[in-house]
Design a protein around this ligand. Structure first.
Ligand code: TYM
Length: 333
């Protein structure tokens, strides 16, 4: 069986971008009998971006409840919290020792942080932690720990996948073939879901639409998506409209075709948004109720995570023993 694996950082509240880019395809894949799926909450990754313990904790609960509410079948998949798998930070160190520093220098997130310092500080690395710098190594460990073949992610994570392959290759080259080379899987329709301002939906741009907004607030948030000043009756270009991109991520093939025609016929922006709201709300109504129930029952969520960690560690324990052996860390007799 092919192994599919993906994770989500536990900072903040899940938004529509996380949903269409990661969670929804993952839940669908988890039902496929020909794949073994691994889904996890990247709480060690959260520490890179968030220094507020209460927030990391709350976000872990919200994101776990989100996966469960959306129908993840935990009897057919392995659903766990990264920090419960103590072999992951152990593997991170083994990988760190074969990772070229130059590779990390090229990471987008690190380069962006350096660029932010230009003009603001004499030190290009001012305020940058080793956590941020080494982030891709921890991510490689997440993936390689379970020898995942396929990693469904948004476009922003493609570079991290290339780095994971590079790191795996170096390790294999030095110590023998232990790792399979993972591949990123990016859905073209949802590669980057735009936010309310048209840029990529992201917490750092403050343009997200949270997944679990109550109906009225969801409608309001959708009405705020930026559009141009074209009037009703004027033909509009769907490929230049953030509302259409969001619509396309939720719609069926047929609905997409009909909406493109409506754009050509000059549909009013308010009408597009109304249809978009109905589409999203219909999809999320049922899960929203399940989500509320789970958020109010953290114990149930915790039980699921503990069960998942047990399953995951049945694999990670023997594998880390094999890797320690390979690098020469073993019993002396
Ligand atoms: P994170 O937590 O930022 O995002 C989780 C997933 O959601 C996708 N995503 C989007 N997709 C489409 N449109 C958007 N606007 C959008 N915003 C976010 C992301 O691409 C991602 O797939 N480093 C990862 C978490 C991680 C991970 C891993 C992923 C840690 N270890 C191992 C895969 C495998 C991250 O920060 O994702």
């Amino acid at each position: 069986n092919k192994r599919v694996l993906t994770g989500i950082t536990t900072t903040g509240t899940p938004h529509l971008g996380n949903y269409v880019g990661a969670i929804k395809p993952a839940v669908v894949a988890s039902r496929d009998a020909a794949t073994d799926s691994f889904y996890f909450l990247a709480d060690y990754h959260a520490l890179v971006k968030c220094e507020d313990p209460a927030r990391v904790q709350q976000s872990t609960l919200e994101i776990a409840a989100t996966w469960l509410a959306l129908g993840l079948d935990t009897s057919r998949s392995v659903f766990y919290r990264q920090s419960d798998i103590t072999e992951i930070p152990e593997l991170t160190w083994l990988l760190t020792c074969v990772t070229a520093k130059g590779l990390m220098n090229r990471a987008h997130a690190y380069k962006a942080a350096v660029d932010d310092n230009v003009g603001a500080s004499d030190d290009p690395d001012y305020g940058i932690t080793m956590g941020l710098f080494c982030y891709p190594v921890l991510m490689a460990a997440d993936i390689l720990m379970f020898n995942a073949n396929i990693v469904p992610v948004g476009k922003d994570q493609i570079q991290h996948l290339e780095m994971a392959r590079d790191i795996a290759q170096r390790f294999n080259h030095r110590y023998g073939e232990h790792f399979v080379l993972p591949e990123a899987q990016v859905d073209e329709h949802v590669a980057t879901l735009p936010g309310t301002d048209g840029r990529k939906m992201s917490k750092s741009y403050d343009n997200t639409i949270p997944l679990w907004l109550p109906e009225k607030k969801l409608r309001k948030a959708i009405m705020k998506i930026k559009t141009n000043s074209q009037e009703p009756g004027e033909p509009k270009d769907p490929d230049k409209a953030a509302v259409y991109s969001v619509y396309a991520a939720f719609a069926s093939e047929r609905q997409r075709g009909e909406m493109r025609q409506a754009f050509a016929d000059g549909i009013a922006w308010g009408e597009v948004k109304q249809q978009l709201f109905q589409l999203i709300n219909a999809e999320l109504e049922g899960p929203r109720e399940r989500y509320e129930a789970l958020i109010n029952n953290p114990h149930k969520v915790e039980q699921e995570l503990e069960r998942g960690a047990e399953k995951a560690r049945e694999l990670s324990r023997p594998f880390i023993a094999e890797l320690r052996e390979a690098v020469g860390i073993r019993s002396l007799g």
